[in-house]
Structures are given as structure tokens and as C-alpha cells.
Design a binder for this molecule. Structure first.
Ligand code: FES
Ligand code: FES
Length: 167
């Protein structure tokens, strides 16, 4: 059995050498928060962190990931959705269908760790994930909320929620 360190635990799996990490995470380890969109490293739905680096797991053979490498999926970003990025996403109602959002959140978390106060250019460069629902403006706003320490005024965007309230 091969081994991976996922979300702080050593996990065993068995797969052909070329099997992408995404499929080991989803089908063998039951971590279905990471999504399959394109399978060719274009959409970002499958983004996880490997040693802190946002990585498109659909094109990384699981066998190429060392057992000592730290893989983090959306399930391991925080124990209860309390990561600042998750809180900002919640506050600004970022997700629509939600399919792309775990990848978006993992990409944003890595960006904010590397650059706690990213410029628009930094966000453009890091956030290349594709969202069919068009949540891009709220993704950008939520990243700015995190950079501003949770202050929604940092978002530079007035958001009307389903109950009519404004943020
Ligand atoms: S499923 Fe991996 S980038 Fe689209
Ligand atoms: S929220 Fe639906 S694809 Fe992004």
C-alpha cells in the first residue's frame, strides 16, 4: 500500500502509478470536497495544497507525491469552517452552485498566506479558477475582506443578500 499525508493524517491507498491524486482523494479516501471539472489543469476545481502550494490534483499522479509531503484538502483547511477565507466566503455569500468553490477557497487561502494584502494584479495572477456561475466579483471582494481583517468595507462592493440585507 502507498501512503499519503492528507490533512495531517497518514492515509494508505492502492492505485495504478498514473492515477491522479484527485481520484485517490475522492474515491479511496472519501474526500469528495475536491471536485473534478476538466481533468486537464484548466478549471481549478480540483485545487488542493501540497506543502502549501496550490496544486491542480487532476494532473498530479498520486504516486509522485511523497509520503512526507503535506496534502491539505478543503476538508482539512480548518476543523469547522473557521478559516478566515471560509468566514469571508460565508459573509459575502460567495458560492452559487458551489461546484468550483472548494478550489477557489484553496487557491485564495494559498494566495493570502503568501501575500496577506494582495493587489488586484496578484489576485488576477493567482485566481485563475473558472466559475460557471460567475462569482468572480465576490471572490475578489472576499479576498479583500480577508486582507482587511474581516472588515466588509474592504470589499469595495455592496452585496445584497437573499433576505434583502446589504453588506
Ligand atoms: S479538474 Fe483539475 S483543473 Fe479542472
Ligand atoms: S459557484 Fe457555480 S461554478 Fe462557481
Amino acid at each position: 500500500m502507498a501512503k499519503l499525508n492528507v490533512n495531517g493524517k497518514v492515509r494508505e491507498y492502492k492505485a495504478d502509478p498514473g492515477t491522479p491524486l484527485l481520484w485517490v482523494l475522492r474515491e479511496q479516501l472519501g474526500l469528495t470536497g475536491t471536485k473534478y471539472g476538466c481533468g486537464v489543469a484548466l478549471c481549478g476545481a480540483c485545487t488542493v495544497h501540497i506543502n502549501g502550494v496550490p496544486t491542480r490534483s487532476c494532473v498530479v499522479p498520486a504516486a509522485s507525491v511523497k509520503a512526507s509531503a503535506k496534502v491539505v484538502t478543503i476538508e482539512g483547511l480548518s476543523p469547522n469552517g473557521s478559516h478566515p477565507v471560509q468566514k469571508a466566503w460565508d459573509k459575502l455569500d460567495v458560492p452559487q452552485c458551489g461546484f468550483c468553490q472548494s478550489g477557489m477557497i484553496m487557491a485564495a487561502a494559498a494566495l493570502l498566506k503568501a501575500k496577506p494584502n494582495p493587489t488586484d494584479a496578484d489576485i488576477n495572477e493567482a485566481m485563475t479558477n473558472i466559475c460557471r456561475c460567475g462569482t468572480y466579483n465576490r471572490v475578489r471582494a472576499a479576498i479583500k475582506v480577508v486582507a482587511g481583517g474581516g472588515d466588509t468595507k474592504s470589499a469595495g462592493l455592496s452585496i445584497q443578500h437573499a433576505d434583502g440585507s446589504l453588506t
